[in-house]
Design a protein around this ligand. Structure first.
Ligand code: SF4
Length: 113
């Protein structure tokens, strides 16, 4: 099973790289993260629907003041499996990041067609 996961992981990374989602070459950016020391549950709220909306908003509020938000988002987009997204990262909720991914994918298909 580990082999299948490894192959999928490699293919996801290839896809993300081909779409231009490249890990930023910024060393030590996590040291400047506004979420440093924050309980991870703030960014990965459990539940669904309207009840988690205030929690998502609270996490986004922290990200809004983060000096490394763009780098954080670029980093997540370079490795996150589109099928397994969850939580707030780089100021975006999982669905927002999926939309970003889909927009890039659709635009690239448009460029090839
Ligand atoms: S953008 Fe948000 S998740 Fe990323 S480092 Fe900053 S506070 Fe943390």
């Amino acid at each position: 099973m580990k082999g299948v996961t490894g192959v999928r992981s490699r293919r996801v990374r290839e896809l993300l790289t081909n779409l231009g989602f490249i890990a930023p070459a910024v060393r030590g950016w996590r040291d400047q993260a506004a979420c440093s020391g924050t309980n991870p549950e703030v960014f990965y709220p459990v539940g669904s629907g309207p009840e988690i909306a205030p929690r998502v908003a609270a996490a986004k509020q922290i990200c809004a003041g983060c000096p490394v938000r763009q780098v954080c988002l670029a980093d997540a987009m370079s490795w996150e499996d589109p099928a397994l997204r969850w939580g707030v990262v780089g100021g975006l909720w999982a669905a927002d990041r999926s939309e970003l991914f889909e927009n890039r994918r659709v635009n690239q298909i448009g460029e090839v067609a």
